[in-house]
Design a protein. Structure first.
Length: 564
């Protein structure tokens, strides 16, 4: 007797059983993952395709977070957060509670939920060093860009039953008018505020302001402001009841207007980190964004000629910078510290922060970028091997203890016929430069820095009642600034001027500014003949010197020490 064809219901039941069995297998597979890979922000898993890179970087991020918190696999309801509108419609979300929002990637991650039921993914960015806030970034959806004022999103799991942001949500402050960081020095409080003073020397008197401690403006504690320069305000410590975290801002007294704030004062105050090691004689600090491929060369070079400690203000890198820092610290006699500094266009403020924050750790601070290399022409003739006294010999001498700042002029190098980043590094790859020297960069004695912390990236104001400023001639020392590199590298700078206060290159302002690139225009379009531009003088002095110090023959051919 012929068998009957299976009914629709039978087929459905078979498929349902198979699906249930598959689900059990998948849950078993997920549960077998290492615990530090199961609860991750969705965007982090996408950054690292290579499993070794993924494991190294993620474990480091997670270990940093879990030292004082526990991981969770779900969030019940919206998260207590505060948001700021950054340039390019980017929204920075800050979470101050003690739970890192680590989700299983399969659960869908976090979303910023805006009015009109619009949403965008919230990607983990980093943890702020001073406040301990976890930061996420999302994009303001198009329709919400037409709503004024802009409203803060709700940070939550993207589930239909969770509440959406509404037109009654708190107003979202813009980045250009905000108190964004606070640091407690031994004698006073340093508050960083955007949009009150003007960079070009228009600084209002300290008497026009008060520091305000507390959320309740009427009952807040106020203290006098003693200095007001650029984005840096200094004021007295408050006499205040013990609390874990207190919002701090600046009040414009004549208008009784308090600047919106995401900055917090802590009790007891978080002052300069304890330093069990002796103070370093010479440190180097810079603000960076996606410089992982350049860092090894920069650190290895400066380490052998006298830099004891490297301090990186990370402006939101999304390359493998953190892993490179970790590997360098583990493999060599290097001391590299990475500070997460998410704030855009704040290079000068970051340098002011470093001058006071690391004063107990460093005697002198060198402010140069990762594409800038100091050398003395005399080293080429007299130094067959590097010495840790080389840079320090450029500073003050026993007979000249009044020097508080040493400035060194720059030579700007061009693409030198390179079409891509040279595998041997920038010192070997770029050998042609402009004729005349350009701006200078400085090495600062931190105790000589003026109380205002005022700087213009290249140099600081000094306490000139005792300290003086010394400019070195080109024959004593010069900086090779590999400024105009191969086009793919230079084009990346069009993403944004990450740290500098100058206008974005895409903005049609100040066409004759020295911060502009001659012949470039306002779009990331390669000019004709780029490879041969900015080439007036062939200069191979540092190329020869670094080859002598760091080059060697290997089974794979000639290599520099930083090549992997």
């Amino acid at each position: 007797m012929p068998r009957k064809a299976p009914t629709t219901i039978t087929v459905f039941l078979i498929l349902l059983c198979l699906a249930f069995y598959s689900l059990l297998l998948s849950r078993s597979a997920i549960s077998s993952f290492p615990s530090d890979l199961r609860f991750l922000p969705q965007n982090l898993t996408a950054l690292y395709k290579d499993s070794d890179s993924f494991n190294h970087v993620i474990r480091e991020d997670i270990n940093e977070l879990t030292r004082r918190t526990r991981l969770v696999t779900s969030i019940k309801g919206p998260v207590d957060s505060f948001s700021v509108l950054l340039p390019n419609w980017e929204v920075l979300v800050l979470v101050y509670n003690e739970t890192p929002l680590m989700l299983n990637p399969g659960d869908g991650g976090l979303y910023c939920i805006f009015p009109r039921n619009e949403s965008s993914p919230a990607n983990f960015s980093g943890m702020l060093t001073l406040s301990g806030a976890f930061t996420f970034k999302c994009i303001l959806p198009n329709r919400n860009r037409r709503l004024h004022p802009f409203r803060q999103p709700v940070l939550a799991r993207f589930l239909e039953k969770e509440p959406n942001a509404t037109s009654a949500s708190p107003v979202m402050p813009r980045w250009d008018y905000l108190a964004y960081e606070c640091f407690s020095a031994e004698a006073d409080v340093v508050v960083f505020v955007k949009g009150v003073n003007h960079r070009q020397g228009i600084n209002k008197s300290p008497e026009e302001f008060s520091c305000v401690f507390g959320d309740d403006i009427k009952n807040a504690v106020r203290t006098a402001v003693t200095s007001s320069k650029q984005e840096v305000f200094r004021c007295h410590h408050p006499v205040i009841a013990s609390a874990e975290r207190i919002k701090v801002s600046i009040e414009i007294r004549s208008q009784k207007l308090v600047v919106p704030s995401v900055a917090y004062y802590t009790t007891p105050p978080r002052r300069t980190p304890s330093n069990p090691k002796p103070k370093s004689l010479l440190c180097a600090t810079t603000m960076v964004y996606n410089v992982a491929k350049f860092l090894r060369e920069w650190v290895m070079y400066y380490s052998v000629i006298g830099v004891d400690k490297f301090i990186l203000y990370d402006n939101g890198s999304d390359d493998n910078l953190q892993r490179v820092v970790k590997v360098l610290n583990e493999e060599g006699d290097y001391n590299i510290e990475r500070t997460f500094w998410v704030w855009p266009k704040t290079q000068e403020a970051g340098f002011s922060h470093s001058a006071v924050y690391f004063k107990d750790s460093c005697a002198w601070m060198m402010y140069v970028d990762v594409d800038e290399f100091i050398f003395s022409p005399s080293w080429l003739k007299n130094s067959y091997r590097p010495s840790k006294t080389m840079l320090k010999s450029l500073l003050s001498t026993p007979s000249d203890r009044s020097t508080g700042q040493v400035s060194i002029k720059c030579n700007d190098f061009g693409p030198s016929d390179q079409k891509n980043h040279p595998e041997t590094g920038v010192m070997q790859g770029y050998n042609c430069r402009r004729q005349t020297e350009q701006r200078h960069k400085s090495i600062i004695l931190l105790e000589a820095v003026d109380h205002s912390l005022l700087n213009v990236i290249h140099h600081f104001d000094l306490n000139d009642s005792y300290y003086s400023w010394k400019e070195l001639p080109l024959e004593a020392a010069v900086i090779n600034h590999y400024k105009y590199q191969a086009w793919p590298e230079f084009m990346n700078k069009f993403r944004r001027r990450v740290s500098a206060f100058v206008a974005d290159w895409r903005t049609r302002v100040n066409p004759m500014s020295k911060d502009r690139t001659p012949g470039l225009g306002f779009q990331p379009i390669k000019p004709d003949g780029w490879e041969k531009m900015f080439c007036d003088v062939k200069d191979e002095r540092l190329k020869i010197l670094s080859q002598k110090w760091f080059g060697s023959e290997t089974a794979e051919g000639f290599k520099m020490a930083w090549q992997r």
